[in-house]
Design a protein around this ligand. Sequence first.
Ligand code: SAH
Length: 457
Amino acid sequence: MMSEQTVKKNERYTVKIIDLSYEGMGVAKIDGYPLFIENALPGEEVEVLVLKAGNKFGYAKVEKWLTTSPDRQPVEDKTLIRTGIAPLAHLSYEKQLVFKQHQVENVMEKIAKLPEVPVLPVVGMASPVAYRNKAQIPVRKIDGHLATGFYKKNSHDLVSITDFYIQDPEIDKAIVVVRDILERFQVRAYNEAKNEGQIRHIVIRRGHYSHEMMVVLVTRKEKFFKAKEIAKVIHEELPEVVSVIQNINKEKTNVIFGKKEVVLFGKDYIEDQLLGKTFRISAKSFYQVNTQQAEYLYQTAIDFAGLNKEDVVIDAYSGIGTIGLSLADRVAEVYGMEIISEAIEDAQFNALTNKIENAHYEVGKAEKAMKKWQDKGVKPSVIMVDPPRKGLDGSFIESAIEMNPSRIVYISCNPATFARDAKLFAEAGYETTKVQPVDLFPQTHHVELVALLTKKK
Ligand code: SAH
């Protein structure tokens, strides 16, 4: 029997944290009613204030810690938790990895119904900070000046931040330099409520090995006074910048990029290296934000596939070709597909740059390309997939099963949808033989994994 919901907004309670939610929030229960609490760890006894009380669950914040967990580590800047930049920064790194391990084990048991599948220990980083090679930073006006930082969770209140902790520090510095140049040129900050003003976001990417930097200025209007001069000054003050791009986004939306781009300085891409190959990356192309761990992830995927010269490999959700081109030398053919046309142009360019002639890429929805290749009689021995958070489309899975590869290597940024898909593959005779989580996003709740599925004989 469910008890009546008696927890009310603005009331105070003393509770014990019993668990961490998959988003890394502390969970407490009052007569069975769950409260989610930021910056609270299992075992801790805390006094909380209820911020929001819905029908089935609520949110609260800690007002006082009566006991603290031995797994707690000090966090200098609490805004890192409040903004969701580093929501697990208060948990020791060792325990963050345990938390992620449990997440994966849990979905393998509860969603995939495959509790017997071995989940290998999460591979963490020796130094789990300053890893992000990309920043997407909103710009707003605070006290009459341009401010860069991050929103408080579930709000559009910008908190000014200069040390983003998990980002490449050179990117942190560049954000401030670009912001100050824009201020000098009197560029107006975007005002979301009124859909007025000009500069919406500063997006920066920096190659982990190449140190090449791209700066994207996302503006509301196409007309951008002194744009080229601004871009030139950015390059002068930040010599690593080889590309400055204006992206125009006129819409009232949370989506950062608009369709149209104008090159203001240099090239329209940067280059970086992965597993010894060179990759061109355009502004709109996906590129893993943690280069060091991405290399480990891709190498594990390649090892899991157990490749040989006769293999025909499908690299589904290929992006700029990172996975397919890293393994092309070892196999007969690679077929890749991806929905973003700029990314496919990058993939084709990257094949040329790395002198790879056996990789074929096309633009389109993965499920459509699969059907097409299936009808054309492409017979992959290995299918590699790396879908976005929602996982694979049902029709993709059907085509994959009918193509009858001996191995499927599944890279996932969402264990829950991976588990759902692993169950469907299991029903079609594909056994998940091992799962290797890799920590691509230290200090956050995000979990990445690579799994090997093999066709039962
Ligand atoms: N394998 C690449 C990219 C992985 S991210 C890498 O590791 O760099 C997932 C990619 O899937 C993104 O590039 C995204 O643009 C693409 N994508 C999203 N939905 C898709 C769909 N329905 N069909 C094909 N590609 C899709």
